[in-house]
Design a protein around this ligand. Structure first.
Ligand code: NAD
Length: 412
């Protein structure tokens, strides 16, 4: 079983060696302070189902590091959620917020539950239970949750409302809310559009023309990325989700596919497509893994046909697969850069909530793309100057900043 947290720490340790942390900061234990999160909150959520039966779920919030600001990170509802995964996701948030220079630390939360198996009223009760258990640990200047796999604006509205009941009206306690209650315009599609923005930077650098794209995961991130590309006239030849993978070498109609998924609950059986066994190694020029961790591994990395992989999901590539892709000359835009659009617009939402002044969608997008392009350029320059991969460059820039902040703050 691959540990997502061990994989993430392998990269942190390797980069810390390259940056010579033990010589530069001999007494500060930078790596050790990243290995052990600031705080782990783990508890049982008991839910009374609509039919009166009880269900019990493991629930988590990991506050990884607040060295650069309040804890920030999503909330995942998925049966596979466990402490190791939440720790890894929280560590990636610490690195991501550092890389894109926004004043937050890293956190993540989740419940080991399949939300599709619950009614809407059951889900609301569960979210409220989860929030009431966390009210002393979250807050607009302490820890700010957001959506992740299996949650969205609806769940964020419940978190906001439950926090209001126990504490105060504080719009900035959670981001990714519905626009009607203080959510930011542009937040819903921000991660997917951000994936496309960084992908287009890489495509330009690689001089790719007339390329085809495959997208794994057709939820918030994957569907918005695919739709943005499709509207730009890019051919999406394969899409996959939990129901299966579909293929059309002539390109899929993404708008119709979104409508189809709303009715059928997944991509399987989409008219005009054929089923596809393996999406990771399918024939395409660009691969967007937008589902979950560890899908690109040693055993399939050698068969990937794409020249460019842009990580919409967090941690989709294992360190072993990463080395294979690097050896094979496949360019990888790493998760902490490629999917940072979500937390960037979450930051803009939090700023708008604090100011009580709301921006136009065009302003949100302009600021988002400007920051992502600037960050991509910093990462790419670092990679070229130091002859390292984009991932090592992104980790180096993020860890360099985190280390300086840790030293400045002394013994926390
Ligand atoms: P989501 O729940 O909206 O969608 C997840 C999609 O992945 C669904 O289409 C699901 O069917 C598919 N999927 C799940 N397991 C799969 C599997 N084993 N094989 C193939 N497909 C599978 O989730 P999301 O918000 O789109 O998040 C997807 C990824 O992006 C996660 O890694 C998440 O951490 C990351 N991410 C999300 C955001 C955000 O703003 N939502 C921000 C940054 C990163």
């Amino acid at each position: 079983m691959l540990s997502a947290f061990d994989n993430a720490m392998t990269l942190v340790e390797g980069t810390a060696k390259l940056l010579k942390f033990s010589e530069k900061y001999p007494t500060h234990k930078i790596v050790e302070r990243l290995r052990i999160p600031d705080k782990i909150i783990m508890f049982r959520s008991t839910l009374q189902k609509d039919d009166g039966r009880m269900a019990v779920y493991s629930s988590f919030r990991v506050q990884h590091s607040d060295v650069l600001g309040p804890y920030k990170g999503g909330t995942r509802f998925d049966e596979r959620v466990d402490l190791d995964e939440v720790k890894a996701l929280a560590l990636w948030m610490t690195l991501k917020t550092a890389l894109v220079n926004i004043p937050f630390g890293g956190a993540k939360g989740g419940i080991s539950v399949d939300p599709k198996k619950l009614s809407e009223t059951e889900l609301e009760r569960l979210v409220r239970k989860y929030t009431s258990r966390l009210v002393s640990d979250i807050g607009p200047s302490v820890d700010i949750p957001a959506p992740d796999m299996g949650t969205g604006a609806r769940e964020m509205a419940w978190i906001y409302d439950e926090y209001r009941k126990h504490r105060e009206v504080a719009k900035g306690v959670v981001t990714g809310k519905p626009v009607e209650i203080g959510g930011s315009l542009g937040r819903l599609a921000a991660t997917g559009k951000g994936v496309v923005c960084t992908m287009l930077e890489a495509v330009r650098e690689l001089g790719m023309e007339d390329y085809t794209v495959a997208v794994q995961g057709f939820g918030n991130v994957g569907s918005h990325a695919a739709l943005d590309l499709w509207k730009r006239g890019v051919s999406i030849v394969a899409v996959g989700d939990v129901t299966g993978n579909i293929h059309n070498p002539e390109g899929l109609d993404i708008e119709e596919l979104i409508t189809y998924c709303k009715k059928k609950g997944g991509v399987k059986g989409f008219p005009g497509s054929t089923p596809l066994k393996n999406i990771i190694s399918c024939q395409c020029d660009v691969l967007l893994p937008c589902a979950m961790e560890n899908v690109i591994r040693g055993r399939n990395a050698r068969h990937i046909k794409a020249k460019l992989v842009v990580e919409g999901a967090n941690g989709p590539t294992t360190p072993n697969a990463d080395s294979i892709l690097e050896e094979r000359g496949v360019t990888v835009v790493p998760d902490i850069l490629a999917n940072a659009g979500g937390v960037i617009v979450s930051y803009y939402e939090w700023v708008q909530n604090r100011e009580g002044f709301y921006w136009e969608e065009a302003d949100v997008e302009e600021r988002l793309f400007k920051l992502l392009r600037k960050t991509y350029a910093r990462v790419s320059d670092y990679a070229n100057t130091n002859q390292v991969s984009l991932r090592t460059a992104a980790y180096s820039l993020a860890l360099g900043k985190i280390a300086k902040a840790m030293v400045a703050r002394g013994i926390q």
